[in-house]
Design a protein around this ligand. Structure first.
Ligand code: FAD
Length: 359
């Protein structure tokens, strides 16, 4: 039996909300997307030059398999939108030499093509002593802001999608999924998804912790431009193996950061520009680049994300019969956004199944 068209409300037009809207629209549902800013919103977490897409997590084989599929969703999205925003330069993670066999075996179990590279493959990058790189060939860098703009354009052209930028949501009733706007307007739907990123605590009462991280954007010296063009994203480097870099390319700068500068925060307080510069200095002191003094700091930015207070990870929670919250999207919301979209679509199909049973 054909799936019945349903009404879907998406609150928040970051990567989670926009990808879910695409998936629901393609399935024939009526979708309304609300954001308190523009769509896409340059103030959202998702709106940045780049984000890494990788799947390999040797400690989580099931997760590796799931995100390997998500990677293909990004390629399919490029094809749908007819525009390129995925630089498939690969993603490297550094491992102690003794761990590499276990890591490559985990990749093989998840059908993820990887190869082992020596740290001297990228002499402009500093790998931890005695480490070896595992290159995930299907990984790469999303030009995040380009991707969001292309998705928003496509959504704006779909007859079954309504975009409502500059529309702050005041509250959402979890029991009914009703969305209340400041001017007393109430929106109703068959399913409501709340995907409001780090600002979610005012809309959803779930235990969540806010993290703040400092990102440093660098311009490499001219003579290394070509080498950087061929460099993948690289993670698990730095003094504690928690630093990472996203290479320049496609008009973007080199971006570096480290979990050593990730701290708990309150969105409303703290973080003067002077304090941010001190965090940036800490990032730059990490052993990430072979010759950091040759790079020009172009920008320093801070960015926030919520995690579930119980698990320290992302969550997608059903907080009412037809109300879903992707309020903690964690530090890898881009690679998992296609999976959230799948789950929301499946939830809509469940509503249809229930309807058929009742009928
Ligand atoms: C430093 C850093 C590096 C990261 N690197 C990676 C990476 O390499 N790979 C990866 O996969 N992920 C990465 N992430 C995580 C990823 O960026 C986030 O998980 C993702 O962008 C979250 O998207 P979102 O759509 O859930 O939220 P957001 O992008 O924050 O969007 C939420 C939207 O909701 C809107 N909104 C909020 N409140 C309201 C309201 N009351 N009414 C209406 N609208 C509202 C906001 O305006 C905003 O547009 C990183 C995160 C950080 C902080």
């Amino acid at each position: 039996m054909a799936t019945e068209a349903r009404q879907v409300l998406v609150v928040g037009a970051g990567v989670t909300g926009l990808l879910t809207a695409v998936r629901c629209s393609l399935a024939g549902h009526q979708v309304t997307v609300l954001d308190r800013g523009a769509i896409p919103n340059p103030g959202s977490t998702s709106f940045d030059q780049h984000r890494a897409i990788r799947a390999l997590d040797p400690g989580d084989l099931a997760g590796t398999r799931r995100t390997a599929v998500a990677h293909r969703r990004w390629l399919a999205l490029e094809a749908l939108l007819g525009t390129k925003f995925y630089r498939r330069v690969g993603m490297v993670t550094a491992w102690a030499a003794a761990e590499v066999d276990q890591v490559t075996a985990a990749a093989a179990d998840a059908d993820l093509p990887v190869s082992v590279i020596g740290p001297d493959s990228f002499p402009h990058v500093r790998f931890p002593a005695e480490s070896v790189g595992v290159l995930e060939q299907h990984g790469g860098i999303l030009l995040a802001d380009h991707a969001l703009a292309a998705v928003a354009r496509w959504l704006g052209e779909q007859p079954n999608v309504t975009l409502r930028p500059w529309q702050e949501v005041k509250s959402v009733d979890p029991e009914t999924g009703h969305v209340h706007l400041p001017d007393a307007e109430t929106l109703k739907a068959d399913l409501t998804l709340i995907a409001t990123g780090p600002w979610s605590k005012s809309l959803v009462d779930l235990p969540m912790v806010l993290h703040r991280q400092t990102l440093v954007y660098l311009k490499p010296p001219e003579d290394l431009a070509e080498a950087w063009e061929r460099t993948p994203g690289i993670g698990r480097i730095g003094s504690e193996g928690t630093a990472w870099l996203l290479p320049p390319g496609g008009g973007t700068l080199l971006k570096v950061s480290s979990a050593t500068v990730c701290r708990e925060a309150d969105l409303a307080t703290g973080g003067s520009p002077a304090e941010e510069l001190r965090w940036a200095e800490q990032v730059l002191a990490e052993p990430i680049l072979a010759d950091p003094k040759r790079y020009t700091v172009m920008a320093v930015k801070r960015c926030h994300y919520l995690v579930d207070a119980d698990t320290g990870a992302a969550h997608l929670k059903r907080i009412g019969p037809s109300t879903w919250a992707r309020t903690a999207s964690g530090g890898d919301g881009f690679r998992t956004a296609p999976l959230v979209a799948d789950q929301i679509l499946a939830a809509l199909e469940d509503i249809n199944d229930l309807g058929e049973d009742e009928g």
